[in-house]
Design a protein around this ligand. Sequence first.
Ligand code: DC
Length: 219
Amino acid sequence: MKKIQIAVDGPASSGKSTVAKIVAQDLGLIYLDTGAMYRAAAAVALRNKTGLADDIISVITDNPISFKNTKKGQLVFLGDEDVTSLIRTNEVTNNVSWVAAISEIREFLVAEQQRIAAEGNIIMDGRDIGTVVLPEADLKIFLVASVDERAERRFKENQLKGIPTDLETLKFEIAERDRKDSTREVSPLKQAQDAILLDSTGMSINDVVQFIETKAKEL
Ligand code: DC
């Protein structure tokens, strides 16, 4: 039987991972957070003080990136090390764009993502899922929201986690990440021609989930 593939792409903090996780749970799909893989690669680059693709890939080959679903949510591992919190630090967030722009790193991680997709029905979120990773996906969503709304959502999330943040700085960082992700040479953030554009500004998480699930049930 043909496997179901759903691609959710869009800019930073547009709610992709939040909604993709819920849809995965509701519809019994594997959820793959591809941003976490680029973040893990950035953490390796920072820790080893290297920008060389070969060095980064060699560490990840020896210590593969994996995911574990637990009651606390999905945990991200690098080899045996739980890097779930490390990959969300500001230092990693502010360095992930340049690591994600290295073509060898992308080739390596895309191959890994395609291998995981071959294992079953999947929903993946990222920047290039509908264009590069799963060009034949059955459903492609390009999820956007205004910079102000995305910054406010991230601000509230950080407040709940007790992470001190400045809203204006967040707006700047989000706009900057959008710029870097959409202007890089390799696999820039771009809506696939056959993707559905969904602007979630003013929509609740539940509204977005319902929209995607309705489309998925039509497949
Ligand atoms: O979704 P996120 O914020 O966790 O993604 C982290 C970074 O990784 C983001 O700045 C862009 C990059 N990324 C990418 O280039 N391609 C993907 N498929 C997923 C993320």
